[in-house]
Ligand binder design. Sequence first.
Ligand SMILES: Cc1cc2nc3c(=O)[nH]c(=O)nc-3n(C[C@H](O)[C@H](O)[C@H](O)COP(=O)(O)OP(=O)(O)OC[C@H]3O[C@@H](n4cnc5c(N)ncnc54)[C@H](O)[C@@H]3O)c2cc1C
Ligand code: SF4
Ligand code: SF4
Length: 425
Amino acid sequence: MNHSQSPDERLYAIVEQGLCVGCGLCQSVAGADKIRVTKTQSGFEQPVVLGELDHDTVDRIYDVCPGTRIEGLPQRLIENDTHQDNVWGPWRRMVRAWAGDDEQRFEGSTGGVLTALGVYLLRSKWVDFILQVKTSSRDPSFGEATLSFTSADVIEAAGSRYGPSAPLVDIAAALDRNQPFAFIAKPCDVAALRNYARHDERVDKLVKYWLVMVCGGYGSPSTTHAFLRRNDIDPSDVTALRYRGRGCPGPTTVVARGEKHDFHYLDYWGDNESLWGLPFRCKICPDGIGEAADIAAADTWIGGSPNRVDSETDPGINVIVARTRAGEELIAAAAADGALTLERDVTPDDMSMYQPHQMHKKYHAWARHQGLGDAGRIVPQTARLRIEELARENTDAINNFQREGTVKRVEIGKATLPTPEIWKP
Ligand SMILES: Cc1cc2nc3c(=O)[nH]c(=O)nc-3n(C[C@H](O)[C@H](O)[C@H](O)COP(=O)(O)OP(=O)(O)OC[C@H]3O[C@@H](n4cnc5c(N)ncnc54)[C@H](O)[C@@H]3O)c2cc1C
Ligand code: SF4
Ligand code: SF4
């Protein structure tokens, strides 16, 4: 750790070097009187220092922050008969599925399996609540952390939120309840909470199920605003925004000045990847596939993207990857109950067909991290993600291209963000 910098400078380095995903955990670690994870002038949710920070606190943050540390499934959860795929990680079952309940399938982002599992966990009393993300009450393009205690709460949170979301901003309050709960979030959020388990023993005691969506990255606020402006909508007029769900993928629905506008998912996530404006951290993500979770759920479009014709009538089929025994047993119990409908088992090759972008990112992550080192940047610590092993399967030309490309990104400022300051409209 570089203690020649002040504690504030060290914390801000994570943000300025494009590694913060805005998960909110540093606020919980330091206390809301010292750090507030909030919308900043960059448009993202980022930590802003409010009180006096010390190096010990920042050391703890570096140890848990998913910008600086990302690990795969804890070794103790990988059993002798768990399959290990170099790209797709530990898995016990891969199966195509959807929510047994039609409303949950419809409301869900894909086939509603995460919603169905959340509802099933509550209904069967395996957990008392779900920590997850619903649409933000302050900014409809953002998500916000919520504790769901009823099926209706879980269904309200269904759907993908592509804007910033900080599910761990008040993890202390969830743990203080001293009740068993499930966590549904992005892979980096789960990596953060797994990291935090080393600092707070209540995490392993109380978090009974860890569920993720496979994640290719979230949309930066500037991308969402550009999308709205391209469609003659002033972002400040937006009162509701639903990215997808209600079909698969379902419409992107924006309400502005009382008027409802429906777009296709491909209007938001179009073919031109350079317009996506993914946060830098997502471009170097070593784990978008939720390796540290019990269960990861994904889309099943061949090639990773829907087409406009089929998506008119697609009711949604997820693929579920159960990585742990707990995940495998949850799927079996939910299917026996009718909460989930299982179609057929699949393999890692099918996963690569559904998610080619995830496969490529996994192969490129190590070289990109090396590029960060070359550029004098913080290199995220990784473990049990096999990224170096995968890079060895690449040609030198590919690794060099990725490595040098990352150095170039740093040099031209594409991996740099301003020091966070609280958003002023
Ligand atoms: C940022 C992002 C990127 C994604 N990238 C991919 C991808 O590359 N490949 C792929 O197959 N699928 C991707 N998805 C996931 C996909 O859209 C579905 O969420 C997934 O298939 C699960 O579907 P479902 O029908 O079971 O979800 P649902 O039943 O609708 O449940 C979705 C759950 O996700 C939670 N959630 C929604 N948004 C967020 C968020 N921003 N942060 C934390 N939790 C959230 C909700 O609280 C809800 O519990 C992405 C989703 C997000 C949010
Ligand atoms: S990724 Fe999370 S823990 Fe790390 S700096 Fe950002 S908000 Fe804080
Ligand atoms: S791509 Fe990785 S870093 Fe970005 S939101 Fe998804 S899991 Fe988090």
